[in-house]
Design a protein around this ligand. Structure first.
Ligand code: SF4
Length: 918
């Protein structure tokens, strides 16, 4: 369990912008610059672009500065809140006293009986009211505060994420988080007093509001990277911050499907969970398997629950935790970590999640993430433009649409009151018919029996209108989707809002509405169920995803701001379809998936398939919402350069930017451009040149020389799999491959991700020299591939990176062509970069990402060779990261390069041996 206390090492304290920052190590200048930018961004509510090379302590600087600012902001807001409260109290007291004096003057009853008659208040009540008001509130505000803090009257935060703190101040609905469950004023007095006080007196009384502190959302690409970030946080003095890691059930579910459903092999934990929490699915499965199936016991655990930070501390988790910790705790306490995490999220100070949770509107809504007023840090943000474009785009397979339609129809038929499902089915059916009609426009097909037709987004909207599925139909569809998805959420996945936390130390997962559902379901005996339709009355997860994706993307398509940002294409392709054997007794695909009702055993035949793509060309369509809600967005990466496109592409101002230098000394990285090889052949990487044998053979010789001069691991990046395979084949024919294999183990990046792990194990073993044979390894990889980010190539794993060509995106890719055209068309009215500039930036971002593999920490060293004669021109070096740009040497002959490379390696090896002795 990661319950490390702050370690005993001295803290290095810096004050930046009035904020005291504690660091566990003396910061590098680049870290100080980065912290300065983070503090400024948070204070001024401005967005930042911060590039700092890998190994320069970027994560530590981000965490320490953001959390230090949060701490300072908390103190500031609490002080403001206290001052506001005291001021309100004084004003209220003065008003009350004036009121009472006035009342006294106006009403002077002659007798006690007359006084009572006029006020219509019983003597007892009146007495209590006066005592409470005069003594507790008017005379002594400290006393009032003491009453405020009475035990047993704790306040509850309903959902602090709902509150607006965009101006750094709590909004009017702050009151909602201050109220006790039963009454806004319960917290001010004891139960006895509560009975005695008149309601009208209570409502006037000023209430002390708890300020809403901005939460830090720290997002990165993968859970593996989140694990690393949490390790960094554990080293700091903020290691007891209330942290929360968001993850899917795949990472956090502790249920074993074999216990409940040994007969079903679930594709995902999500399906398992939804079946176990959905009363209808349990009933259906109970009938199917002829035994009673209960709700997941980890969800219902009656004793111990993971739900508050106080509870975590009691369980021994006092510091920031990662997924492994919470899963281990869940297993030991028999409590669901997935739902526990979602409860912890409500009061977390720092939240970690993969960045698609924040970027993708569908996931964001599913997770119910409200980002208003909070700080979002996106690490590894170099691909954020692509991620946003993807999140706003949609690819619809007509077959899946038809299956979703059938799914909705099935539910409609089984539930008499579910007209929404009927209307959804009709909309999907009409959309499918529209696709059929449009596919008739495809007149020409290529050699693979593939035809394509495409239109603009605005033409598509007009065509929808003509077909009778225009905006009005979509708005109805959207409304029905919301109803159905909300219904489904209630049926199948208990909503967080139905769970409550109690403050008595024994927090429990309470889902009243869901419990009611369960009782109702389970009160009915299984034998009473005669209709299979009734028990199947729920749409599948696949249908839900399809419906919510259509809603999300079509909403943008119909948005006046974004309707010109879409390119729609319809692809018709013939494929050989092999149908699954359909056996009624083995209808296992019914859970979470679709069943093709027309399937016949061993049926295989050619079918036409239609796929329609709604390609969003403007990442601002998705990023715009983040921009308008978050307080500050910080995009950061080791390789953000070139930075020009972020502002225009994301439609967001980034007034604060930083290109930090590297922390390594100048002699730790040697960089040279390479224009010619050993035979003097021009190594221009343009398409027409790379297809010549001269180029291909020369590249083989260049790599042989590099591998002979550099020990251990060498990485070589190429612009495409096609070129990599072409070179490999050529070297096989010429014998160059064998020559390479005599000095290094040679391996190629696989196209399929599942083969990579095994290959990496072999690579690391070869670099270590575990096996007999050549010492070290050469990894041939592609830019933008799996090798170019996320894997460990520190120290000996990459002593040289050979960058072949300039990795421009594939100009034949329709998405690239449309994006270039779109930028050309809109670069004036939307302030976008012209298409060609955008295209170049994509190339350099991929190049910088690959080059970043070379140096991974302060003591690392390595050589970088930029193999392309186009680097002779200074303009072609301007897109490189700042720390590389300034190091590039131009050497005219290959022999000079090899000599310098050998000298560099020998010097570094000598330095290493000296360092090892000291
Ligand atoms: S409630 Fe939790 S433990 Fe149970 S199936 Fe769902 S995710 Fe898994």
């Amino acid at each position: 369990m990661s319950n490390a206390k702050p370690d005993d090492r001295p803290l290095f304290t810096y004050t930046i912008g009035g904020v005291k920052i504690e660091m566990p190590v003396r910061p590098y200048p680049s870290q100080v610059s980065m912290m300065d930018k983070v503090i400024r961004g948070c204070q001024r509510q401005q967005n930042c672009l911060l590039e700092s090379p890998t190994g320069s302590g970027k994560t530590l600087a981000l965490l320490c500065s953001a959390l230090a600012w949060q701490k300072a902001e908390k103190a500031r807001l609490e002080k403001l809140s206290e001052e506001d409260f005291q001021q309100s109290l004084i004003e209220w007291q003065q008003k009350e006293q004036q009121k009472k004096l006035k009342e006294k003057k106006q009403k002077k009853p002659n007798t006690p009986e007359k006084k009572l008659a006029e006020t219509n208040i019983s003597p007892t009540k009146n007495k209590g009211s006066c005592v409470s008001t005069v003594i507790t509130i008017s005379d002594d505000s400290e006393e009032e505060m003491a009453v405020f803090k009475q035990p047993g009257k704790k306040r509850k935060i309903n959902n602090s994420r709902d509150l607006d703190v965009s101006n750094g101040k709590s909004m009017s609905n702050d009151e909602s988080i201050m109220t006790n469950d039963s009454s806004a004023n319960n917290s001010l007095m004891t139960e006895d007093e509560d009975e005695k006080i008149e309601p009208q007196i209570e409502t006037n009384m000023p209430k002390k509001s708890r300020p809403v502190i901005p939460v830090i959302y720290f997002c990165t690409r993968t859970h593996k990277q989140i694990e690393q970030v949490i390790k960094e946080l554990q080293r700091t003095s903020f290691n007891t911050a209330k942290s929360c890691v968001l993850a899917s059930r795949e990472h956090t579910c502790i249920q074993d499907s074999n216990i409940y459903y040994p007969q079903i092999s679930y594709k995902s934990k999500t399906e398992l969970c939804r079946d176990l929490l959905d009363p209808k699915a349990r009933r259906r499965n109970s009938i199917k398997f002829r035994r009673t199936i209960d709700r997941c016991s980890y969800y219902d655990n009656g004793g111990v629950k993971i739900s508050t930070y106080g509870q975590l501390a009691k369980f021994g988790v006092e510091s920031v935790w990662d997924i492994e910790d919470i899963v281990r705790l869940g297993i030991s306490k028999k409590s669901c970590p997935y739902y526990g995490t979602r409860l912890l999220l409500k009061t977390a100070e720092i939240v970690f999640c993969p960045y698609n949770y924040i970027i993708d509107p569908v996931i964001r809504n599913t997770m119910n993430l409200k980002l208003k007023g909070h700080v979002i840090i996106v690490d590894e943000a170099h691909n954020i433009e692509d991620q946003c474009r993807e999140a706003a785009s949609l690819q619809l397979d007509q077959t899946n649409m038809n299956l979703a339609k059938a799914d909705c129809e099935k539910v409609y038929k089984s539930c008499s009151n579910s007209l929404s499902y009927s209307r959804l089915a009709r909309y999907l059916s009409e959309l499918s018919k529209w696709i059929d009609q449009k596919s008739n426009d495809i007149k020409t097909y290529d050699d693979y029996n593939r035809g394509v037709v495409s239109w603009t987004g605005t033409y598509t909207i007009a065509s929808f209108d003509d077909f009778g599925i225009g905006l009005t139909a979509f708005e109805k569809f959207k409304k029905d989707c919301e109803t159905v998805l909300a219904d489904s959420a209630e049926e199948s996945e208990p909503d967080d809002t139905k769970m409550d936390t109690k403050d008595n130390g024994e927090n429990e997962l309470v889902e009243k509405e869901d419990s009611d559902l369960v009782e109702k379901d389970e009160d009915e005996t299984l034998e009473n169920r005669s209709s299979q339709d009734n028990v199947d009355a729920a749409i599948t997860n696949a249908t839900k995803t399809l419906l919510s994706s259509i809603c999300s993307v079509f909403s943008l398509l119909y948005d006046e701001k974004y309707k010109f940002d879409y390119h729609v294409s319809l692809e018709k392709i013939m494929e050989l379809k092999k149908y699954e054997h359909k056996d009624r007794n083995m209808k296992t695909t019914g859970i979470g998936g679709w069943i093709n009702a027309a399937a016949q055993p061993d049926d295989s035949r050619p079918v036409w398939k239609n796929v329609i793509s709604f390609l969003c060309l403007n990442p601002a369509a998705v990023f715009g919402e983040l921009k308008s809600t978050a307080r500050t967005i910080i995009l950061t990466s080791g390789t953000l350069s070139p930075m020009q496109s972020f502002q225009s592409e994301l439609g967001t101002q980034f007034p604060i930017a930083l290109e930090a230098g590297h922390v390594i000394k100048p002699d730790q990285c040697w960089v040279s451009s390479v224009s010619v090889g050993p035979d003097g052949t021009d190594l221009n990487g343009q398409y027409r040149n790379i297809n010549t044998y001269n180029y291909q053979d020369e590249m083989g010789k260049v790599l042989w020389d590099v591998c002979a001069a550099v020990p251990h691991g060498v990485l070589c990046f190429m612009p495409s799999y096609m070129l990599m395979e072409k070179l490999y084949s050529r070297w096989q024919v010429t014998g160059q491959l064998n020559r390479l294999k005599q000095i290094k183990v040679v391996m190629c990046e696989p196209r399929r991700g599942d083969q990579l792990e095994e290959l990496m194990t072999k690579y690391y073993a070869a670099v270590r020299g575990d096996e007999k044979g050549p010492s070290g390894a050469l990894f041939l990889a592609v830019y933008r591939g799996k090798i170019s980010e996320g894997l460990d190539f520190s120290d000996n794993n990459a002593r040289a990176v050979v960058a072949v060509g300039i990795p421009f995106p594939n100009y034949k890719d329709a998405a690239v062509t449309h994006k270039k055209d779109y930028n050309d068309k809109h670069h004036k009215n939307k302030g976008l970069l012209p298409g060609w500039e955008w295209y170049q930036i994509q190339a350099y971002r991929a190049l910088n990402q690959a080059l970043g593999r070379c140096i991974r920490h302060r003591n690392d060293w390595g050589a970088i060779l930029l193999v392309d004669s186009r680097y002779e021109q200074p303009k072609n070096l301007s897109g490189l990261s700042k720390w590389i740009r300034g190091r590039v040497e131009r050497n005219n002959s290959w022999s000079t390069i090899v000599t310098k490379l050998k000298n560099f390696v020998e010097t570094r090896q000598y330095e290493d041996s000296i360092a090892a002795l000291t």
